[in-house]
Design a protein around this ligand. Structure first.
Ligand SMILES: [Zn+2]
Length: 278
């Protein structure tokens, strides 16, 4: 006990360091407050990156450049960010093939690119609710509701589950407003926005409320009925609506904007999607 007290008395030289640490902590806290205020005020994150240094392997990069149009439309600065994000995703998520499917590098690159595209406007691109990507060759039997599925996000198993053939059709056919990858990643992102408190989740919640408000407007309702623009499945519930809306946003932004400019604007702000002509 004596010994401890003595150490305390002799440790006064530490005080300036302790003050510095407290001050730094306070400055960091203030910065975080400012960052949140900014995101809320301007509907976008103050910054999306600090360090960008991870690079895809040559094989991975070649697949991306040959098959993923979005990447080729990005500026060189954004390309570096995109690669960094993809490498992070590939390191953090485990890909598992089901029903004898052998997971190839190409599958990993394309699924990862799809997830990173959807989250590219966000600061938080980690998809914290996903640990596993399960790939089936085609439709699979789901125990979630005892039916065959093309894809699902299973939060209990922390798994994004995809039929590879449907995923591939989703991104290869670029103008049919069907994109399985985008659909399922959006489910994961939306659930995360309900569970997390980071600034992207708050922005998500805010813009999503605006989207729902749009749906209560009579003129929008009439136009939805009249044009039948969005496929019927969108109106299953609010989560399916958001997932389908995002498929349309990614696949045919021009048409979407023309038919429903306000819904388009809120979706764009929700994703902070200001790249590649969107
Ligand atoms: Zn769905």
């Amino acid at each position: 006990m004596m010994l401890l007290l003595q150490t305390d008395e002799n440790a006064t030289w530490l005080a300036p360091y302790a003050y510095t640490i407290v001050l730094l902590g306070f400055a960091f806290f203030l910065f975080r407050v400012f960052e949140n205020w900014y995101a809320n005020q301007y509907n976008r994150p103050l910054y999306r990156h600090y360090f960008v240094y991870k690079r895809l392997s040559e094989t991975q990069l070649r697949i991306l450049e040959e098959e993923f149009t979005f990447y080729n439309k990005l500026s060189s600065k954004h390309k570096r960010q995109f690669q960094h994000r993809m490498v992070t995703f590939l390191n953090e998520k485990k890909f598992v093939g089901r029903d004898q499917l052998i997971v190839t590098e190409r599958m990993k690159v394309l699924v990862t690119a799809m997830g990173c595209m959807l989250s590219f406007g966000r600061k938080n691109y980690g998809y914290s609710l996903i640990n596993y990507i399960l790939l089936y060759p085609g439709e699979f039997y789901s125990t979630m509701n005892d039916a065959y599925h093309k894809g699902e996000f299973n939060p209990r198993e922390r798994a994004l589950v995809l039929s590879w053939s449907d995923f591939e059709n989703g991104y290869k056919i670029t103008d049919d407003n069907l994109n399985l990858g985008i659909h399922e990643f959006m489910h994961a992102m939306q659930l995360e926005s309900l569970k997390s408190r980071d600034l992207d989740s708050s922005r998500f919640g805010k813009q999503f409320q605006k989207i729902l408000q749009q749906l209560t407007q009579q003129e929008v309702k009439d136009k939805l009925d009249e044009t039948r623009y969005f496929r019927a499945y969108a109106f299953t519930n609010q989560y399916e609506f958001m997932a389908v809306l995002t498929e349309y946003f990614i696949e045919s932004p021009g048409d979407f904007k023309m038919h429903f400019p306000k819904l388009y604007q809120h979706t764009r702000q929700l994703l902070n999607f200001n790249f590649a002509g969107y």
